[in-house]
Design a protein around this ligand. Structure first.
Ligand SMILES: CC(C)(COP(=O)(O)OP(=O)(O)OC[C@H]1O[C@@H](n2cnc3c(N)ncnc32)[C@H](O)[C@@H]1OP(=O)(O)O)[C@@H](O)C(=O)NCCC(=O)NCCS
Length: 167
C-alpha cells in the first residue's frame, strides 16, 4: 500500500493490492484484497469491506456495516447505524449488510439495519428503508423495486449489465 497523505489510518487491516487514496479516515476496519478506497472516505471501527470493491469519494460507512465482495459504492453514499439518533444517552446500533455484486448509486442513503441483496442496484439519490431483494433495481425515496438486473456474468466481479425489466 502506498503512503497516503493527509489521512488518519488507525489499526486498519488492508488486503493485498488494495489502493487507498489520500484524505481518508479509516479506524480499526478490515478491507479485503484488490479494493479501491477513494479520497474523502470515512470508515469506522469494525466495518468489513470485501475483495474487489470500489468505494468512490465522500462515502461514510459507520460501525455495524458489512460490505461483501465486488460491491460498487458511488460518490456521496451515506450509511447509517442508529435509527433514532440523539447527541447523548443510550442508543441501539443496527447491523447493515450489502451482499456481493450489489451497486449503490450516487448520493443514496442507506437506513440502519437493512440488507441489500446480491447484485441489487440502488438508483442514484435513493433512500433505502427496507431490505432489497437479490437482483432488484430500486429507486426513490423511499426506495421501491422497479425491476431486476441480470446476474454478473462471472463469479469474481465481471461486467454487470444494467438492463432493467419493468415490473
Ligand atoms: C436506476 C437506474 C439504474 C435506472 O436506469 P435505466 O434502467 O437506464 O432507466 P431510465 O434511465 O430509462 O429510467 C427509467 C425511469 O426511472 C426513472 N429513474 C431513473 N433513475 C432514477 C433514480 N435514480 N431515481 C428515481 N427515478 C429514477 C426515470 O426518470 C424513468 O422514469 P419514467 O419511466 O417515468 O420516465 C439509473 O437511473 C441510476 O440511478 N443508476 C445509478 C447511477 C449512479 O449513481 N452511478 C454511479 C457511477 S458514478
Amino acid at each position: 500500500m502506498k503512503p497516503t497523505r493527509y489521512s488518519v489510518i488507525k489499526n486498519a487491516e488492508v488486503g493485498k493490492n488494495s489502493r487507498i487514496y489520500d484524505q481518508v479516515n479509516l479506524y480499526r476496519c478490515k478491507i479485503g484484497k484488490n479494493t479501491k478506497i477513494d479520497s474523502y472516505v470515512y470508515i469506522e471501527e469494525g466495518v468489513t469491506i470485501g475483495d474487489n470493491c470500489k468505494i468512490r469519494p465522500f462515502v461514510f460507512i459507520p460501525t455495524g456495516v458489512v460490505i461483501e465482495d465486488s460491491v460498487f459504492i458511488a460518490p456521496n453514499v451515506t450509511f447509517t447505524n442508529d435509527k433514532h439518533p440523539r447527541a447523548h444517552g443510550e442508543w441501539t446500533r443496527l447491523q447493515t449488510r450489502v451482499k456481493r455484486f450489489a451497486s449503490i448509486g450516487a448520493g443514496s442513503t442507506i437506513n440502519p439495519g437493512v440488507q441489500i441483496g446480491e447484485n441489487a442496484l440502488i438508483g442514484a439519490g435513493s433512500v433505502v428503508t427496507k431490505d432489497v431483494p437479490d437482483n432488484a433495481i430500486v429507486v426513490g425515496v423511499p426506495a421501491r423495486v422497479i425491476g431486476t438486473r441480470p446476474r454478473p456474468s462471472e463469479p469474481d466481479g465481471g461486467p454487470v449489465c444494467n438492463q432493467r425489466t419493468r415490473r
